[in-house]
Each structure stands twice: as C-alpha cells, then as structure tokens.
Design a protein. Structure first.
Length: 212
C-alpha cells in the first residue's frame, strides 16, 4: 500500500487528544558505519486527518535531503505508531519528568541537556505504552520473511483473526489486527511475533548515493 493511502486508512482520531507519531530512522543494523548513539531519527506528530499529507511530505523531504558532514546519504525506514497516542496523558508524563529534573537541579545535578531537548522527550513519552489512547487498540503481527505468507494469512483468518491492514516490509510483512487471545491462538510454527503496541511499517527509502 502506498504511504499516504496507508496513513489515511490507518490513522483514526476518536477524540481531540488522539494523535500518531510518524518517524523515520536510519539504524546501525542497516548502516554499519554509524553507532547506536549516532542513529538518525526524524519525527512528526500527526494531529488529525488534515495533517497526514503535510507531515508525510515534510518528513520525506527531511529524509531525501539529509546528508552528514561528509555529504553522505543514508537509507531510512519510515514508521507510524500502531495505536493512537493520547497527547494529554503524554503531557502529564512529561511534566512529571520535568518536575523530577527541576528537583535534581536544586540538589546540584546538572540537567541542562534535558531542558535543551524537551521536544525530543515529548516524542519519547508519546511512544510509551502508558500514552496509548483508550479509545481504540490494535495488535500487529510482524511476519519476518517473504515465504508462505499467503498460507499464514489463511490460517490466521481461519482462527477468526481478521487482517485490518497488510503492509509489505523490506523483509516481510506487518499485519494490523484487532486484539485477540494470544494464549489461545498459537503461531509458533511461523516466523512471526505478535506485538500489542508497536511501530507499523510505512516505507523504506533507500537514498542511493549518486554515482560521480
């Protein structure tokens, strides 16, 4: 499914606090020359349906135009939060963190770095499970290979588990479903993992270096 079509189908806004985190990441496991601390991440919050195209285009532009100090481009994976996030819950979580940092400052602990990246902390608390909205919930099956996927879907649906969205990833598939009894429905024979709150694959952007 194309990225914007996927996001428009995936994102649900049941109340005024619901939002989604759209993010792009270039990771060590995909780019061996960067370290875990050097992983490159761009993030945007989708606040409503009218935000989807604009936020996707903004993030895509950041990805395509990014170059490091050597002028090198990197491949990026683009994801969206599986479940909507409750922005009010996240704000309270962040305020608690800020309060703790302020207390530590009065005890002589330098927390200046924390205060310089407040926006980054807000993205982080949005993605915490405690910030998930109560208005809807989905599971994700991370099917980690290309083989036998049709057979897997047939077995999954035979168990009464409906695929809401199927998105092909670089190495397999992400399947969005309604919640189900994970103890009752065993997929041990398949190379997959059931996740209750995760990041849903949107797009892989290779960003090949131009040949000179």
């Amino acid at each position: 499914m194309k990225p914007i079509e996927l996001l428009q189908k995936h994102c649900e806004f049941k109340n005024s606090y619901d939002c989604y985190v759209l993010f792009a990441v270039s990771r060590k496991k995909d780019v061996p020359e960067i370290t875990n601390s050097q992983e490159i991440v761009f993030r945007e919050v989708i606040k409503g349906e009218e935000d989807i195209i604009r936020k996707y285009n903004k993030l895509k532009s950041c990805i395509i135009n990014y170059k490091d100090e050597r002028g090198k481009s990197f491949p990026f994976y683009l994801y969206v939060s599986l479940n909507a996030r409750d922005s009010k819950k996240a704000t309270f979580l962040l305020l608690n963190k800020i309060h703790k940092w302020l207390e530590e400052e009065t005890d002589g602990v330098d927390r200046s770095r924390m205060f310089k990246k407040i926006y980054g902390h807000f993205y982080s608390v949005l993605m915490m499970e405690a910030s998930r909205t109560k208005n809807q919930r989905y599971f994700m099956i991370d099917y980690d290979e290309k083989n036998n996927f049709n057979q897997f879907i047939i077995q999954m649906e035979a168990k009464g588990i409906k695929a809401e969205i199927i998105q092909e990833t670089k190495n397999g598939y992400h399947v969005k479903t309604l919640p189900f009894n994970r103890m009752k429905h065993n997929f041990a024979q398949w190379k997959c993992e059931i996740k209750t709150d995760a990041s849903f694959f949107v797009e892989y952007i290779e960003n090949k270096e131009e040949k000179k």
